[in-house]
Design a protein around this ligand. Structure first.
Ligand code: ZN
Length: 136
């Protein structure tokens, strides 16, 4: 049997997969927006290219994927069994870079909050966490 998925369809499928990767970011943005805050996206010149920046409040929100940023949750522990010598240094590097970036931002007087991908499964508590961070 021949492969009946055309190139066009396949690249459209791939695009959809890619766009769902940005879903956590979009959902956090819409929560912050609904809480009544205005913000800048991908504010340039800041360490780590933060996902959401509120310059007037001097607050920053990072939205981190659990796997890439080595969250301690079950999603993050799904490390590929093959090629660990490839993944582990990569993940360690990301984790170190995150620490350096956050330290630099805090030293420059920014308040920094990290939202993990898995927290989007508990919208109510995530919303109150964001609300708490932004009002305090
Ligand atoms: Zn997680």
């Amino acid at each position: 049997m021949t492969d009946r998925v055309t190139k066009a369809v396949r690249s459209r499928n791939m695009a959809q997969i890619r766009s769902t990767d940005t879903m956590p970011e979009r959902r956090v943005r819409s929560i912050v927006h609904r809480l009544g805050y205005r913000f800048r996206l991908h504010y340039t010149g800041l360490p780590g290219k933060p996902d959401i920046v509120l310059p007037r409040l001097r607050k920053i929100i990072f939205i981190h994927g659990c796997f890439w940023h080595s969250h301690g949750c079950c999603r993050a522990r799904r490390l590929p069994q093959s090629n660990q010598s490839y993944w582990l240094p990569k993940l360690n590097k990301t984790r170190k870079r995150d620490q350096v970036n956050k330290r630099a931002l805090r030293a420059a007087n920014w308040a920094v909050l990290t939202v993990w991908e898995c927290e989007l499964q508990q919208i109510v508590s995530l919303t109150s966490k964001l609300n708490h961070f932004l009002t305090n």
